[in-house]
Design a protein around this ligand. Structure first.
Ligand code: ADP
Length: 217
């Protein structure tokens, strides 16, 4: 059974906790605010009213033993930085920190957080991407240049072709990793996998190639 620690029960932290609990994971939550902790005493596996910037608190709960730690302190930048530093130094795995400003992102990166989330900014970027490219959904940046995207087959010219016949990698420089078919079946993208109108393709490519391909598919 995987267990996680979430520090800070603001809007973001609360939503991470609820989602982990819903998926049956063990979740330990820490917040300085007794009222917030009280709201979660019947939801989380274990709750603690404590200041996470106090090194002893994190040591006592063996913060390095969790499968992941989320530092969801946004507004109090000093507490967010100090807590992240203690968590990283303890040797904890999968350290995810929430940031509210770009400067905070830079500092948290320097400290060594594995992933930094800016919930409002990330959601805003996704909405903008969806508006700009309505044919591409679930866009995920893999690196500065490469992305993973999901899109629907609409062009009749691809209907009934195998991936080998469609030759997408050579012609459009995109690679189909997975297909969800309209008949309810799904498979990884193989040479002999057939594609048809309405199928959902999950593909990898550079952002430019994915955008170009979304206008063709
Ligand atoms: P959001 O924007 O996601 O609502 P906030 O920054 O408003 O996030 O909330 C952060 C939460 O972290 C609050 O519940 C606050 O009490 C808690 N918090 C702030 N500093 C500490 C700390 N040093 N230790 C533990 N919890 C903290």
């Amino acid at each position: 059974m995987k267990s996680f620690c979430v520090i800070g029960l603001g809007r973001f932290g609360s939503s991470v906790v609820r989602s982990l609990v819903k998926n049956n994971y063990e979740v330990v939550v820490i917040d300085t605010d007794a009222k917030k902790i009280d709201d979660f005493k019947d939801i989380a596996t274990h709750v603690m009213i404590a200041d996470a910037t106090d090194e002893r608190v994190l040591k006592n709960i063996e913060i390095d033993k969790f499968d992941g730690v989320v530092i969801a302190i946004g507004q109090n930048v000093q507490a967010s930085i100090l807590t992240t530093m203690i968590v990283v130094e303890s040797g904890a795995r999968n350290v995810i920190a929430k940031a509210t400003t770009d400067v905070q992102v830079k500092v948290l990166e320097k400290i060594g957080a594995d992933r930094i989330i800016q919930p409002e900014k990330d959601a805003g970027n996704r909405v903008a991407d969806n508006l700009a490219h309505p044919d591409i959904s679930d866009y995920l940046d893999l690196s500065d240049d490469y992305s993973f995207a999901k899109m629907k087959v609409r062009n009749i010219k691809f209907d009934g072709l195998t991936l080998f016949q469609a030759n997408l990698t050579q012609t459009y420089r995109v690679n189909v990793a997975f297909i969800n078919k309209t008949d309810g079946t799904a498979s990884i993208g193989r040479h002999d996998t057939k594609i048809g109108i309405g199928d959902i393709l999950y593909l990898v490519g550079t952002k430019t190639d994915i955008e170009k391909f979304s206008e063709i598919i």
